[in-house]
Ligand binder design. Structure first.
Ligand code: ZN
Length: 210
């Protein structure tokens, strides 16, 4: 009897969360640390679209992003979707908008068995409210691109351009979501693909900028 309780207790502790920043039990990012991180939030522009990054150059957040995306640490979708939900609400106070995420490559989804960015984006829309409509297929990755091997410099550049497609004209403005912005290339490519068929891109929201 005692042993069973003891083992249950241990198993429960295994799933216990701590604030990654201050150690407070039961929160991965506690409200106090969340607010502190937000003091660094910034807006930059890519292709004339505002890009809100909720955190900047934060090593703990950077490690969390790797753990979330590459090691599938799924409880991190909670704090990340909180950040994204806040950014979504900033860019639409009452109007209905469509939300897409920067598409993951087919290979990375195969490798991980799931698509953490799309799961995070969908949860963020639910948290932000009914006016945020997640549109999974508004922006997709074009997978029939040639292998880079055997292509010269110009051909490679051309091959890496136009990797995303939008096959659908949305009736509402679109917000693009990603976890991380570094050079901004994938956001610019997302904006280009959406605009190519006259979609109106309102903003981009990312968890972190590095
Ligand atoms: Zn904390």
């Amino acid at each position: 009897m005692f042993i069973n309780n003891f083992l249950d207790d241990l198993k429960n502790l295994l799933g216990q969360n701590y604030c990654f920043f201050c150690g407070l039990i039961e929160e991965i990012v506690c409200p106090t640390c969340f607010k502190k991180l937000l003091l660094d939030s910034k807006i930059r522009f890519e292709s004339n679209v505002p890009v809100l990054s909720l955190t900047q150059n934060n090593e703990t957040i950077a490690r969390m992003i790797v753990n979330h995306k590459d090691f599938g640490l799924s409880n991190l979708k909670e704090p990340f979707s909180d950040f994204i939900a806040l950014g979504l609400k900033y860019f639409s106070k009452r109007e209905k908008v469509y939300v897409v995420n920067v598409p993951s490559s087919y290979q990375s989804i195969q490798k991980r068995g799931l698509d953490p960015i799309s799961i995070m984006t969908e949860i963020a829309c639910k948290k932000a409210g009914q006016r945020f409509i997640y549109k999974r297929n508004l922006l997709t990755s074009y997978e029939n691109r040639k292998d880079q091997a055997g292509l010269n410099f110009d051909q490679r550049n051309k091959n890496m351009k136009d990797v995303f497609r939008s096959n659908l004209v949305a009736t509402k403005p679109v917000i693009i979501v990603d976890d991380l912005i570094t050079t901004g290339a994938s956001l610019r490519e997302s904006i280009r693909a959406l605009r190519q068929i006259e979609n109106q891109v309102r903003a981009c929201v990312v968890v972190a900028a590095n």
